[in-house]
Design a protein around this ligand. Structure first.
Ligand SMILES: Nc1ncnc2c1ncn2[C@@H]1O[C@H](COP(=O)(O)OP(=O)(O)OP(=O)(O)O)[C@@H](O)[C@H]1O
Length: 739
């Protein structure tokens, strides 16, 4: 399987000066991939993978992330994060400018959001939209006609609580984070939509964006006050040659911006709380990045904030991660800019190992998940089919049959069968979504992937009427119809019970064997029974009539079992008070009831033990999960340490090699110098020798001359002198003649 080790990619984007920047002098200077930030005393210089100036276009920024987005279609996970102080351009980078004109900025804080009027959708301008919409368009373009299913979800983390942006605009249902061996970390009950077209995905993105918490702050009229994560999950529909299905997810995060306490202005309580939560979660993100980069030893504090916990398996762990740090050029924000660059510097050092994600098509868990999901979707669908509620019991029966059918298709499915299951699943989801669009269902748990909702994770059994009821919001139409159905079922149960009693020759009122107070003979009873069988019971001549009984039953939880108990209790009461003959039977019954109670209490005890055991097992499982989690964290830490060690060794090796090279060069130069010096020395020696030889020669000459001179007499000297003088004279004469 493809596997690469790479650095976390870090880019800086500088936004242009805005009217809101009161002092318009720049403290940021760019030169290729180097950025300089200067205040009156210091100049900080840093280099990054890429720097986008205020003139850079949205398209240029997308192109930087394009290969990672394309990797998602090949099975590589990807996370793109925008980080920076408030008002520095994160939302502009992730969503875009066109986006803002489609979602006009509110001037007030939407505490209880009134839905904004939805403008008629304008065509997206690809030059203006940000990374998220462009990635969606690009992803759909490159996966067109590929056998893939694309899911999307959209959440916000506001005040350390997670909300579904597509289902919960009022933020009244915070969602928990769960972790499971197979599904990894996920948000329970988060809606996951199957999207077939880019336009549908964009539509959902816009819907969700409208539900995001925004507030007007000192530095941004339309400041995002929550972190958002738009997640796209891609799953292959067809297995490859190795029988594996592709599976990759892309997280597109627009973080809320850090903000300083406004000492001059007035900050409302909510604003302060938001600010503290945002700053706290960003600090934790900083700590996690620091730990991942190997700068701090030990524990990675993923669990300290919802943001880092959610991104635990999507941040630098088997995920191509791109960080776009946004800054403002204005000198007034220099402190925030330096903090952002410091964060980016740490992120630069994080190493990531990414591998292609594949899952075996015949993997037991996948098959089981698909089967469960199909059942869940079918049960929801059948509940929503028009007119289907009247004969709900028939539908439940049909679902039970379906359950049996699916159970029979046990684990040994062929790849083709799994592919068919996947298609069925997709079809059902789309059918459900179209029902939701038409407004036939108001239930918010409608689009929750079966495997991601707690009720269904626990068991794969078909829901009974009570479970079906619990799926539906109280107050909705479906709920009231089901209530009616439940009442009807209860009435029928009472009827059939009474018919049963009367056919045994007992009085339907006091349930004693006739003759009793109400009926003297079976003849009288049979006359009375006839209408009872079909419509209603004969009215009790003395005290209890049908309606009272039914009311009684209703107040006692409306179940068949309770109906039996109440009927019995009524009978006993009547007979005890008014018919002493019934006392013996009553005592017998009382004994039976006592036994029943004992058995029941035993059962309660047993179920308590069972519950205790389950709780213990659950705790053990949880502990095991936590241990596993810790182990995994240790492994990651070890991997990071190992990576850093290798990095350090490699850098040392490089340094050594460079040192060796320099040394070799120096040795070579030294040798050459020595050689030259030796040659020069040799030359000098030779010169010296020559001078010595010359001098020796001169001495020899001198000595021979001296010897000659010693032998020459005074007369010979005079003669020689004369001769010389004569020679000189003649030469002078000849020269004067010549003149
Ligand atoms: N590169 C850019 N080109 C032009 N305008 C920009 C650019 N970046 C940001 N802006 C403008 O700056 C303002 C603030 O940007 P934005 O809302 O994206 O900031 P933010 O970092 O998301 O802030 P917050 O954290 O408060 O939500 C917006 O009006 C936006 O249009």
């Amino acid at each position: 399987m493809e596997e690469n080790s790479e650095h976390l990619k870090v880019a800086i984007r500088v936004r242009p000066m805005l009217d809101i920047d009161k002092v318009q002098d720049s403290a940021v200077f760019l030169n290729d991939n180097t950025i300089q930030v200067s205040d009156s005393t210091h100049m900080t210089t840093s280099t990054y993978d890429r720097i986008f100036s205020s003139a850079s276009s949205q398209q240029e920024v997308f192109e930087y992330a394009q290969s990672s987005v394309e990797g998602v279609a090949r099975g590589f996970n990807c996370t793109i994060l925008a980080y920076g102080q408030t008002g520095s351009g994160k939302t502009y980078t992730m969503f875009g400018a066109e986006w803002e004109s489609n979602n006009p900025a509110p001037q007030i804080y939407y505490q209880n959001r009134i839905p904004r009027p939805v403008k008629k959708a304008q065509p997206l301008n690809r030059l203006k939209i940000g990374i998220i919409p462009t990635s969606i368009l690009h992803l759909f373009e490159i996966t067109k006609e590929k056998p893939l299913t694309i899911y999307c979800s959209f959440l916000q983390i506001y005040n350390e609580k997670i909300y579904d942006l597509l289902q919960n605009p009022n933020r009244d249902k915070p969602l928990p984070i769960r972790e499971e061996r197979d599904s990894g970390i996920f948000v329970e009950n988060l809606a996951e939509y199957v999207v077939e077209k880019a336009e549908d995905c964009i539509f959902l993105l816009k819907q969700g964006d409208r539900n995001r918490v925004v507030r007007q702050t000192r530095f941004n009229h339309h400041s995002s006050r929550s972190h958002t994560i738009f997640q796209i999950l891609i799953e292959g529909d067809k297995a490859n040659k190795r029988g594996a299905l592709k599976r990759a997810k892309m997280n597109l995060c627009d973080l809320a911006g850090s903000e300083k306490f406004d000492k001059e202005g007035i900050m409302v309580k909510d604003h302060i709380q938001e600010m503290n939560n945002i700053n706290k979660s960003l600090t934790t993100l900083g700590k996690v990045i620091s730990a991942l980069s190997g700068n701090t030893a030990g524990h990675i504090p993923y669990r300290e904030s919802k943001l880092t916990r959610l991104l635990q398996d999507s941040l630098a762990v088997n995920t191509r991660t791109i960080l776009i740090a946004t800054i403002s050029p204005a000198s007034v924000y220099i402190e925030e800019t330096l903090n952002t660059l410091k964060f980016a510097d740490r992120a630069k050092q994080v190493m990531v190992i990414v591998k292609k994600n594949e899952i075996s098509a015949t993997n037991d868990q996948l098959v089981a998940k698909l089967q469960r999901e199909i059942q869940h979707l079918k049960s929801l669908l059948s509940l929503n089919k028009k007119g289907g509620l009247q004969d709900i019991s028939q539908q439940l029966l049909a679902l039970k049959e379906e359950n049996e059918r699916l159970k029979k298709i046990t684990k040994n499915l062929t790849i083709e069968e799994v592919e068919i299951l996947k298609q069925e699943n997709k079809k059902l989801r789309l059918e459900l979504q179209s029902i939701k669009e038409k407004g036939e269902n108001t239930d918010e748990s409608f689009f929750v992937t079966e495997a991601r909702s707690s009720s269904s994770v626990k068991s794969a059994k078909i829901p009974d009427a009570r479970e079906v009821l619990s799926l539906i919001d109280p107050g909705s139409n479906i709920h009231s119809t089901l209530e009616m159905w439940k009442k009807k079922e209860m009435e029928e149960a009472v009827q059939s019970l009474k018919v049963k009693i009367t056919t045994e020759g007992r009085c339907p009122v006091c349930t004693l064997k006739i003759p009793c107070k109400h009926y003297s003979s079976s003849k009288e009873l049979s006359r009375a029974i006839t209408p009872v069988r079909n419509v209603s019971l004969p009215p009790c001549p003395k005290r209890i009539n049908n309606e009272n009984l039914i009311k009684d039953l209703e107040t006692h939880n409306n179940s068949f079992e309770n109906a039996k108990k109440i009927t019995f209790r009524t009978r006993v009461k009547n007979s005890y008070n008014e018919e002493p003959a019934a006392l013996a039977e009553f005592r017998e019954e009382e004994k039976r009831r006592q036994k029943l109670r004992e058995t029941e209490s035993k059962l309660v005890k047993l179920s308590k033990i069972e519950a205790y055991r389950e709780e213990k097992i659950r705790k053990e499982m949880q502990k095991l999960e936590e241990d596993k989690q810790k182990e995994e964290e240790d492994i990651i830490r070890e991997q990071i340490k190992e990576m850093n060690r290798r990095k350090y060794l490699e850098s040392q090796k490089k340094k050594l090699e460079e040192f060796q090279k320099i040394k070799d060069q120096e040795m070579r130069e030294l040798r050459q110098k020595m050689k030259k010096e030796q040659e020069e020395l040799k030359k000098k020696e030779m010169k010296k020798q020559k001078v010595l030889d010359d001098q020796k020669k001169k001495i020899a000459e001198y000595q021979s001359n001296k010897k000659i001179l010693e032998e020459v007499t005074m007369d010979q000297i005079e003669e020689l002198t004369k001769e010389v003088l004569l020679k000189q004279k003649s030469s002078v004469r000849s020269s004067t003649e010549l003149i």
